[in-house]
Design a protein around this ligand. Structure first.
Ligand SMILES: [Zn+2]
Length: 82
């Protein structure tokens, strides 16, 4: 490895469409004991995220989209300037 190879820029991120990221059809994403506050917006919900925490699907997807955007921004900061 010479470390001098030119790296191609990653492909542009497609625009995120809310509601299309996660599939929460599985019953483990539903709390049958009743609604609890969403971990993101605190509005009660019976939905649970993949960690078992109460969260609206759209809130979880928004959080994931922001994480991806942050990671992409950090990558572009540390990568080549264009
Ligand atoms: Zn929420």
């Amino acid at each position: 490895m010479t470390g001098r190879k030119r790296r191609r820029a990653p492909p542009a991120e497609p625009d995120y469409v809310p509601g299309t990221l996660l599939n929460w059809n599985d019953s483990r994403h539903w709390d049958y004991t009743g609604p609890q506050p969403c971990r993101y917006c605190t509005v009660p919900t019976q939905l649970r995220d993949s960690h078992g925490s109460h969260a609206h699907k759209v809130c979880a997807e928004q959080a994931l989209a922001e994480q991806v955007a942050d990671a992409a921004a950090a990558y572009h900061q540390n990568g080549q300037t264009t």
